[in-house]
Design a protein around this ligand. Structure first.
Ligand code: IVH
Length: 685
């Protein structure tokens, strides 16, 4: 490339990099893999090195990142928080070490650390007391997040001095990475999924999102951790070596990874890198490479810095775990509990040494929210042991021929019409004998809280289904010793035991609530099973219930009523229930005297908005609580009822949006009266 052709290429690269910086730093929403970004930056850096007269002060190579968000206060770092040059191969790493040796005249010791995939922060201590904290931001100015950082338990609010540690310096700026351990990340996403909220793409995004909250109580609820790996300005302590720094930080009570090591040769450094890459999946947090730093601080100064990064340190990355690939189609898989999950069928792509060709799209809402279309190019990520995750479509790459995906209205496995519940992003197949579900239903049926058939766990359930011995639930009771001993690892004794257990489950007669629970009706857990049993008393009465009867039961909302009704009116399910009865499973009716036992509003969450005329808020709350319900302040997917008085606030709109049941004062009164009548409670009315 000559000078004339370099100029437009440089302009193009800068434009692209600015765009991606903004997506990454400001929006937390990157559209290319980190590795692709690094390549662009590298190309720009090389061109600028070749044609120095084309370097401008506003080039992305001349600064570290992009602007911080504006809502949080900003902090200027007294020593810039630099970035690191990324290396991707042994060859590149070898060249780095050769350069170090050439410039310093000898092979050098290196401090080797995990390269955490989190959020870089700086915490400042005055006389050992935490006074402020900020994110790296653009390297010069970061966001002030002191209150949020104070919620992280691994950040001491006051330093201590362990035996042998240097005295605590009057001013210490410690640097490190805040991250969300993988397990907490998965928990957080599961909770968000249940609450119908959008999911975080990876632990780094979750950590960044958690740290940049304006309300630190949200941050406090996320189990973030911080690992320290360096310092900014330090007054009152001198360090000759990088290694001394990490030891001192640890000695002052800051968390330093025990995996940090001092490497004395190229081979040792390489071995560290290989070992960490092998351990990568087993680590509790995400890392994307190893950071190597020249240990000798005087030599660090001698080697100096480029504008963005030091010349004495590098990040030797692991193979990327993100890639872009084409979405060929979306298929629907049916899980054990009957949930229909859209699955992305991808053009096979290598991600971190594994070929990825499928990824879950979770549910139809997720597909719609991300606006994933068949034919799109998708950014896909493989984070640790997590199944591949579709980050987003690259909208910029659309040709206009992409197709919008529609969820099927029949179960693709058994053809039963699916169950769609307003407010629930999951579409379900309600059929009891759907082959896709039989395995899960079988082990659930036999579980402790259901028919309690000892010895019939997930493993045996799988064997029974795979060998074709049980294709429908009632066939469980057609098993014989002869059929069972044919199974792998099934001796005569265990076969006899199982048959005895099965016989016992008939003889004992399951209480009605357990029998209902055992059927795996979508959205029906033990609690609702109890409510149904207590209300109807007998299986016959439950089977005869109309869709209108169900929501009249205190504690049962319209969604659950619909699910129960749809399940019980599905002919295949009715057949299965009849078959179970014919095989001698006879649920015990609930004795009349016991039917009123349960607290009818147990587990139900109420929110009030607007003024009530018949009673005060306190009286209304008391009445709900006396029946087992609870009052919460804000409306969420978990709210069961919103009671709307006069001049309601924004909660009403929110409830409507989320599909939460609204009750006006009259309906609320009726609900209380109905329950009160049968429970003989004296409520203020
Ligand atoms: S040291 C002068 N050490 O990597 C050295 N950085 O690309 C500057 N990072 O913003 C950084 N683990 O977010 C260092 N053990 C580690 C690190 C690490 C992760 C991140 C940090 C920084 C980025 C630089």
């Amino acid at each position: 490339m000559n000078h004339t052709s370099a100029a437009p290429r440089i302009a193009d690269l800068r434009e692209q990099l600015r765009h991606h910086n903004y997506r990454y730093y400001v929006l937390d929403d990157p559209v290319i893999a980190d590795q692709e970004y690094d390549r662009l930056l590298q190309e720009l850096g090389q061109l600028e090195a070749q044609y120095p007269d084309l370097v401008t002060p506003d080039s992305p190579t001349q600064r570290v990142g992009a602007r911080p968000r504006e809502e949080l206060g900003s902090v200027r770092h007294s020593v810039p928080m630099l970035s690191l040059e990324s290396l991707y191969s042994e060859e590149e790493f070898r060249r780095f070490l050769e350069r170090v040796e050439r410039e310093t005249g000898a092979e050098q010791e290196l401090v080797a650390e995990p390269k955490y995939d989190g959020v870089a922060v700086e915490i400042v201590y005055h006389e050992g007391v935490l006074v402020s904290g900020s994110t790296r931001g653009n390297g010069y100015v970061g966001e002030e997040v002191t209150d949020n950082l104070r919620t992280i338990r691994t950040i001491p609010l006051r330093l201590l001095r362990a035996e042998g540690a240097p005295p605590i310096p009057p001013v210490l700026e410690a640097r490190g990475e805040v991250l969300l351990p993988r397990e907490s990340f998965q928990q957080l996403n599961r909770a968000r999924q249940e609450a119908g909220e959008s999911l975080f793409a990876n632990p780094r995004n979750a950590a960044a999102g958690s740290l940049r909250q304006l309300d630190s109580s949200i941050t406090a609820a996320r189990p973030l951790e911080m690992y320290c790996y360096g310092v900014g300005q330090v007054e009152g302590a001198d360090f000759d070596q990088e290694w001394e720094i990490v030891q001192a930080l640890r000695g002052w009570g800051l968390r330093v990874d025990r995996r940090v090591e001092l490497c004395r040769s190229f081979d040792q450094a390489l071995e560290f890198h290989q070992r960490l890459e092998r351990e990568r999946d087993a680590l509790p947090y995400e890392i994307d490479g190893v950071v190597f730093k020249v240990n000798d601080r005087a030599l660090q100064t001698q080697m100096g810095e480029r504008s963005r990064s030091p010349r004495w340190a590098v990040a030797y990355k692991f193979p990327a775990r993100q890639a872009t690939t084409k979405l060929n189609d979306i298929s629907i898989s049916v899980g054990r509990t009957g949930v229909l999950t859209p699955v992305a069928l991808l053009e096979p792509v290598q991600i971190g040494g594994v070929t990825v060709s499928r990824a879950s799209l979770h549910n139809i809402e997720e597909v719609e929210r991300k606006d994933v279309r068949i034919g799109d190019t998708l950014l896909v990520e493989r984070a640790g042991d997590v199944i591949p995750y579709v980050v987003k479509p690259i909208v910029e790459d659309r040709a206009g021929t992409e197709r919008v995906f529609h969820m099927s209205d029949h179960c693709p496995v058994c053809g039963t019409p699916v169950l769609i519940t307003p407010g629930d992003p999951f579409v379900r197949c309600p059929s009891l004998d759907c082959p896709a579900q039989i395995e899960g239903r079988l082990s659930h049926f036999a579980g402790r809280s259901a028919l309690d058939i000892e010895g019939l766990g997930e493993k045996l359930a799988r064997q029974l289904v795979e060998t074709g011995l049980v294709k429908r639930l009632p066939e469980l009771y057609d098993l014989t010793e002869e059929k069972l001993v044919a199974l792998e690892r099934m001796g005569q004794k265990s076969a006899q035991n199982l048959l005895q257990e099965l016989a016992k489950s008939k003889r004992k007669r399951p209480p009605l609530a357990r029998f209902i629970h055992a059927l795996s009706i979508p959205q029906i857990g033990e609690h609702v099973a109890n409510l149904l049993a207590n209300h109807f008393g007998t299986l016959a009465a439950l089977l005869a219930a109309t869709e209108e009867d169900l929501p009249a039961i205190p504690g049962i909302g319209p969604e659950i009523a619909r699910s129960v009704h749809q399940f019980l009116t599905e002919p295949r399910n009715q057949e299965i229930i009849a078959d179970l009865l014919a095989h001698g499973i006879e649920p015990q009716p609930v004795p009349r005297a016991l039917r009123q036992d349960a607290r009818p509003l147990e587990g139900k969450a109420f929110v009030f908005t607007g003024a009530l005329t018949g009673f005060t808020r306190e009286q209304a709350a008391e009445a709900v609580e006396a029946l087992g319900g609870r009052i919460t302040d804000s409306v969420s997917k978990k709210t069961d009822y919103v009671v709307v008085g006069t001049d309601p606030g924004s909660k009403r709109g929110k409830a409507e949006k989320l599909g939460v049941t609204l009750l006006d004062e009259d309906q609320f009164k009726r609900l209380l009266q109905q329950t009160q009548a049968s429970y003989d409670l004296r409520l203020p009315m």
